[in-house]
Design a protein around this ligand. Structure first.
Ligand SMILES: [Mg+2]
Length: 267
């Protein structure tokens, strides 16, 4: 029995046919392709703490940072964390404080980041089998682009395209999933969504009738699905387990060498 847990719900009964064919995989970025929690989240909370102290909150950066991380362990949602800071340090205007903190959190400068060890082998396997690979990431597009660059994913031959969903909601994750599906002209049940957030990409994928895998780790690992619509078809602890799930990947015959094919017909 693999360590992955099958979490099948009644609403997903239609997906039950064994080993569905997957011709397109759409990945989230943060805490899916790399360890965002370890490499980004703590520095971003420190950055937010510095910003609110600089803006006049009467507290030390260290005290605000500790309050943020304590609140984070209860609920990782920024709204909750900002409210805790405002309450504890008697902020004159909690709404303004929250905006300053959120802007700083999402704009924390990007340092050197590393992919999970299982990420590139999976992307390359999918590409070799002829599956189309996309990344749809949410956040400040400029920052997300910097992450993509330092992770070496920009113009990676296994990735068709990277979409940047943004806080202004000019593009939502669900919108990006639909664009990809329409561009490829694939039925929803040949598309797989892989991500860590139940309320975000897992929900969107389920709503569109796509297959879903949740990577349960990182910043949002403690969040429980709010209803069946947020329950992924499969839950795994690490991206290296995704390729072993019972799916048929792409349309190319399985090759032991997983040689990359160039020049194939790309729709
Ligand atoms: Mg994520």
């Amino acid at each position: 029995m693999p360590r992955s847990t099958k979490l099948q719900s009644a609403s997903h009964a239609r997906k039950k046919n064994s080993a569905p064919l997957i011709r397109c995989v759409i990945f989230d970025l943060d805490d899916t392709l790399y360890d965002c929690m370890g490499q980004r989240v703590r520095p971003a909370h420190r950055h937010a703490a510095k910003a609110v102290v600089k803006a006049g909150l009467k507290a030390s950066v260290e005290a605000v940072y500790r309050t943020r991380m304590k609140a984070f362990r209860v609920d990782p949602i920024l709204m909750h964390i900002d409210a805790e800071v405002a309450r504890k340090f008697h902020a004159a205007n909690p709404e303004v404080l929250s905006k300053i903190a959120r802007d700083a959190y999402f704009n924390c400068p990007v340092g050197k980041l590393r992919l999970f060890s299982g990420t590139l082998p999976l992307l390359n396997m999918l590409h070799a089998r002829g599956a189309r690979v996309f990344v749809v990431t949410f956040g400040e597009p400029q920052i997300q682009k910097a992450k993509v660059k330092t992770l070496g994913l920009e113009k990676h031959p296994a990735i068709d395209k990277i979409f940047y969903a943004d806080r202004d909601r000019l593009l939502t994750k669900e919108g990006a999933f639909q664009v990809i599906q329409q561009e490829l002209d694939l039925p929803a049940d040949q598309v797989l969504i892989v991500g860590d957030r139940a309320m975000s990409e897992i929900r969107a994928g389920n709503e569109l009738g796509m297959h879903t895998v949740r990577i349960r780790r990182g910043e949002f690992a403690s969040q429980y699905p709010q209803g069946k619509i947020e329950v992924a078809d499969y839950e795994v602890r690490n991206i290296s387990k995704v390729g072993k799930l019972p799916f048929r990947w792409g349309t190319n015959p399985k090759s032991t060498t997983e040689t990359r094919r160039h020049g194939e017909i790309r729709k």
